[in-house]
Design a protein around this ligand. Structure first.
Ligand code: UN1
Length: 460
């Protein structure tokens, strides 16, 4: 008997949202065979044909966007406003890559004694996608859409916690694309491993530990691999930053969706006297609306599981034990996995809580003397996904920007939130392989072929 996979609602843990049997390795073999056959036809459909099919997906998704929004709220506890934003982003991603199917696929170079020299980008064939639960629509689509636009077929192995969203999306795409072009393969490690061993490229988003092993396995087969992993993102606040507005922005960046984003702000590095910012942050964290994710006003709903809630409580207990101080926002007394937003300070920059990713509503304040020291502290972690800098003086802001070692930097903007058409990815332990999103994504899902053409008997 294959294992049964079940997703539960984080605010109502008794509610089963979706169920599926785990895909066995032999079923993965079959799915890959179907996808491989489909990929031949799909790539032969040509750019305009693929553009039309993806535009139909876009229309179908637009017609069912409310349903998807509700499912995101229920299945992964994302607050309604953010869930709506994610659905809008997902739609924009489909539209963008539908058009991208019409963009140039190569270049003509000056022939060197021959008749023609050109390059063309060709799909890999079947790509395997391993996606997380925290952006259950945007991430599967920001991987699948460029892969499909380029002419690949896709196997999608979603996180079990977002099984319902993945099925919704896979069914919606399957209704408009040839059979086998998108294969949903629910499962855990065994399914993922079987998939990595058979597909032609892999894209992963999730934890650093799992991402590293996915990358190693794929690299062992010599296939292209991309892994987006954890962050330990710092926000640097310079002395001329507007205190109130910055505190509100940082509370949102740290605690929005209960901090369950790889782009969440985990450390606030404040240059100079920390007292005014700390006071404003305390007020912002204490007044942060925590509660039912279905409610329009909610900023932080429940965390995904009881284990995730326990990890935050554990971290809070460690702060006190290790001599730090903390302020906690409002908690919710319910059967759901709610935890109070937590602001901490007084721990050294090298303390594990300032080094590891908690993936919950917890952020740490670290006072420093100078902008230079702030950059050193911000960079002194293994991860390098995103950082933010807050202040007014452009020269000073830019000198901090130049010193930071993350893949993305936001100036006077929250660390979380991305532009779907701009390259997304990090440095150090945060990423392996090329950036996601935008034009680079189309490159990742294709390889370049160089063609030289000469006349019979040789030309020139
Ligand atoms: C965002 O900040 O809007 O898993 C996107 C994550 C990231 C995506 C963040 N890969 O949290």
């Amino acid at each position: 008997m294959p294992d049964m996979l079940v997703s539960h609602s984080p605010q109502q843990p008794d509610l089963v949202v979706a169920e599926a049997a785990a895909t066995t390795p032999s079923q993965v073999v079959e799915a890959v065979a179907r996808a491989r056959e489909a990929a031949r036809h799909w790539s032969a459909t040509g750019g305009p044909g693929r553009c039309n099919a993806l535009r139909q997906v876009s229309r179908a998704l637009a017609a069912r966007s409310q349903e998807l929004e509700d499912l995101i709220v229920t299945e992964v506890g994302k607050p309604r406003g953010e869930a709506r934003g994610e659905v809008a982003r997902t739609l924009a991603i489909v539209d963008y890559y539908a058009q991208a199917a019409l963009l140039r696929v190569g270049e003509v170079l000056p022939p060197n004694g021959t008749d023609l020299l050109y390059t063309e980008r060709r799909p890999h064939g079947v790509v395997g996608l391993i996606t997380p639960w925290n952006f259950p629509a945007a991430i599967p689509f920001w991987k699948a859409m460029p892969a499909l636009a380029a002419g690949n077929a896709v196997l999608l192995k979603p996180s079990t916690a977002a099984l319902g969203c993945a099925r919704f999306l896979a069914d919606l795409v399957a209704a408009h694309l040839p059979e086998g072009t998108v294969e949903l393969v629910p499962g855990e490690r065994e399914t993922a491993t079987a998939m990595i061993d058979l597909v032609d490229a892999v894209s992963f988003t999730g934890s650093t530990a799992v991402g590293r092993s996915v990358a190693r396995r794929a690299a062992g087969r010599g296939i292209p691999v991309q892994a987006e992993m954890g962050g330990q993102n710092a926000a640097i606040v310079l002395p001329d930053a507007p205190i109130e507005a910055t505190a509100v922005m940082l509370a949102g960046a740290a605690m929005g969706y209960a901090g369950q984003k790889c782009t969440a702000t985990s450390r606030v590095v404040v240059v100079g006297d920390p007292a005014p910012l700390l006071e404003a942050l305390e007020a912002a964290v204490k007044s942060l609306p925590v509660g039912d994710p279905g409610d329009e006003r909610t900023v932080a709903g429940p965390v995904i599981s009881s284990a995730a809630a326990a990890a935050v409580e554990d971290a809070a207990a460690r702060v006190t034990r290790d001599g730090g101080l903390l302020v906690r926002g409002s908690g919710v007394d319910s059967a759901g996995h709610f935890v109070a937003p937590t602001l901490l300070w007084g721990l050294s920059a090298s303390h594990p809580l300032n080094q590891e990713e908690t993936f919950g509503p917890i952020t740490s304040v670290l006072p420093v003397e100078s902008a230079q020291e702030a950059v050193a502290v911000a960079n002194a972690v293994a991860q390098g996904l995103v950082s933010s800098v807050h202040g007014r003086d452009v020269g000073r802001l830019m000198s901090v920007v130049r010193g930071l070692d993350t893949g993305m930097i936001k100036v006077n903007a929250p660390s979380s939130g991305v532009d779907f058409y701009a390259p997304f990815g990090g440095e150090k332990d945060s990423s392996v392989g090329p950036r996601e999103q935008g034009a680079t994504a189309l490159e990742f899902y294709t390889s370049s072929r160089t063609v030289t053409i000469a006349s019979p008997g040789g030309s020139g």
